[in-house]
Ligand binder design. Sequence first.
Ligand code: GDP
Ligand code: MN
Length: 368
Amino acid sequence: VTRPAEPLDAPFYAGCQDPVLNNTARASAVLLMLARNSEVDGATASVRSVQEQFNDNFGYPWVFLNDEEWSEEFKEKVGQAVGKEGNVEFKQIPKKMWGYPDWIDQDKAKANMQVMKDKKIQYGGLESYHHMCRFQSGFFFDHPALLPYKYYWRVEPNIRFTCALTYDPFVSMQAHKKRYGYNIALWERGQTVPSLFRKLSDFKSAHYLPTSPLWTAMIDASYMPWPFRRALAWLRNRDGNGDLWNMCHFWSNFEIADLDFFRSDAYRKVFEYLDKDGGFYYERWGDAPVHSLAAAMLLKPEELHHFSDLGYIHDGLQYCTFQSTQEEKKRGFGMPPGISGKGHGKIEGREEVGCRCQCDPDARVVEP
Ligand code: GDP
Ligand code: MN
């Protein structure tokens, strides 16, 4: 008798943990939000959602980061949203982590930004957005306020969870040796990262890094005969072999990750190489494709976790939890699931799993 293989990446728990599974020792972990003072309402809403659906039961600390000084209003309103018992820090980002490094040709950067603006590439013309993506790619994990922690959960203004999370995801990440957790995977806009895949692939070859199944999963499977592929190698989002990145990436506005992955020599080398190249400014590399392709290059498939039990909404995209189809179940909840993009990102009627979770964007799910 052959038994079905253990799913590679099943949810940590099926259904609601009732009572809430919060009696284990807390992990070394923090909730992190980068925001602007002007986003006070969106930030407050996000904090309320995370608190209600999760953190009122777990009491993890929050760190809020800003490139500017925090307004009194922000600190007061957001502090209140966390609650009296909460452990909250409002910190500024050191200048050396935010802004042009000295090797960037700022005239070229600005000229390219103008071109991106004219081409209507989202945020392409917005200088601060480029600084933000560089910070979120290469610096947040070294911010002094994060140094005490091993795991982090990234929260953005204007996000919402539609499911209660009734176990400790950090403890589970640790127990399962997971290093990178995501919820939504979707396709990047190629115009923002025309040369990123090629450069990372060159880096991978230069350092003789093995090709993990995750990396392969990022490559478009619609193969062409070799000579044709090679001939296309100079085109955007193709590597030296002519392989095409399928643009799949993890949407990093939600992330639960092991900060020591980002702090590893391997990741730092990748970031330094990209940073020297200048694509954070000459193109509009987002931190999402950078995190994703680095994870695909450096992590083992079993070190990734799809939080398929989280209902999550941001910017008009929503992930609804689902009891996978039998087919997906056999494949171990389809991991690498996001990699195919299937069932992600769009509001879709799906059978649901546990946790009084609904796909109704207006659903309020509050713990009993
Ligand atoms: P999108 O998710 O790519 O559409 O971009 P967002 O506008 O949501 O920005 C991503 C994250 O970076 C959010 O947490 C924002 O609050 C934050 N952010 C973006 N630009 C800035 C900035 O100039 N200063 C600060 N402090 N935060 C920023
Ligand atoms: Mn966002």
